[in-house]
Design a protein around this ligand. Structure first.
Ligand SMILES: Nc1ncnc2c1ncn2[C@@H]1O[C@H](COP(=O)(O)OP(=O)(O)OP(=O)(O)O)[C@@H](O)[C@H]1O
Ligand SMILES: [Mg+2]
Length: 333
């Protein structure tokens, strides 16, 4: 007996999955009736594409700005930990040879500069074109508070140079993290302050980008260049890349300058680019976090920066809910 789409049922991966339908929750393959194939405008291909989207629920977010010191690493750590607290499986990737993310996260018995397996080794292996080495990938992953972390150190600067002589050099990081998409709900990539090959790799690997920006004249001016690069990558390599939003960081709302720059940026972006409603306030407690090796949620859980990152997490989760592929009830009554 053949199923409506002309496939024998065993070829449609008959895993029992539970879907929400307007009629309530029901299993896709058990206790359902199908519409006749010809009455549905969905083809087998679109059906299988939806299947794939549901299986690959991971979202990869690059945290990028070529301007230095604007709060990229701080945002990666605290947004990551907050998403972890909210119940998501989160992986942080340190894509900066400075290793700031790695050094900001206290990892048991680990000196960032002496780690044997880092992102650099994983990417170097990917460049050889061999089959995936899952043991190497597993060995690179460290635990920090509510998240996992792939660390980096100065050896990553050698990887950036090596990328120039490599085939499909823009997508090495994307290929490196491909097997990890099944394991995590969110992967956050902390980018280095440049628009070099490593940042391009992060933007090609990402589904979306968050742009931390300090309310200063030069930071805002630098956004043009970044937005131009993102548009180019979207046009030429990664058409699915979205901008989740610009995040104002280290905002001292007592100063007129910060207030004016923030409001001018919101006006300039208009409806074309989201600027997150929440602004991360400047606080000495946040400055202490890297030295303590803790996220703000451990270091100062009741403070204003922890509250701001918690609210940012709500906004980011809200964006994700909007964009989520909703299982449609086609073919199912
Ligand atoms: N909300 C905040 N209040 C006060 N200080 C902050 C805040 N956020 C970040 N900082 C401090 O600002 C400095 C730069 O932050 P961070 O390292 O996150 O920026 P970055 O963009 O990752 O820098 P780089 O471009 O060098 O990678 C750090 O010393 C950090 O502790
Ligand atoms: Mg950084």
């Amino acid at each position: 007996m053949r199923e409506p789409y002309g496939f024998p049922i065993e070829n449609i991966k008959p895993k029992a999955k539970v879907f929400s339908t307007p009629q309530g929750v029901q299993s896709k393959y058990c206790g359902i009736t199908y519409r006749e194939a010809n009455s549905s405008k969905h083809t087998a291909n679109s059906y299988l594409k939806e299947e794939k989207a549901l299986e690959d629920k991971c979202k990869v977010i690059a945290i990028a700005n070529q301007k230095g010191g604007v709060g990229k690493t701080t945002t990666a750590v605290n947004l990551g930990v907050a998403l972890g607290i909210s119940g998501k499986k989160v992986l942080l990737i340190d894509a900066d040879p400075q290793g700031s993310l790695t050094k900001s996260c206290k990892i048991d018995n680990a000196d960032a500069d002496k780690l044997e397996v880092t992102l650099s080794e994983l990417m170097a292996y990917e460049m050889t074109g061999e089959d995936k080495d899952y043991i190497l990938i597993n060995n690179s992953i460290k635990q920090f508070e509510t998240v996992d972390l792939i660390p980096s150190n100065i050896s990553l600067s050698g990887t950036e140079t090596a990328l120039f002589n490599c085939m499909s050099r823009e997508s090495v990081l994307k290929r490196t993290i491909e097997p990890l998409r099944q394991k995590y709900d969110v992967i956050l990539i902390d980018c280095m302050p440049s628009l070099g090959m490593m940042t391009i790799n992060a933007l090609v690997a990402a589904d979306s980008v968050i742009i931390p920006c300090e309310p200063s004249f030069l930071s805002v001016k630098g956004l043009d260049l970044l937005l131009h690069s993102i548009a180019k990558i979207k046009r030429q390599i990664n058409p699915g890349l979205k901008i989740d939003g610009v995040l104002m960081t280290m905002v001292d709302s007592r100063t007129v300058n910060a207030r004016e720059i923030t409001s001018a940026l919101r006006d300039a972006m208009g409806n074309s680019i989201n600027v997150f409603n929440i602004e991360i306030p400047r606080s000495v407690r946040a400055t202490e976090c890297p030295n303590a090796g803790e996220s703000i949620f451990v270091h100062d859980p009741g403070g204003k920066v922890a509250e701001a990152y918690a609210l940012l997490t709500k906004e980011v989760n809200g964006l994700e809910r909007k964009a989520q592929v909703r299982p449609r009830s086609f073919g199912v009554r």
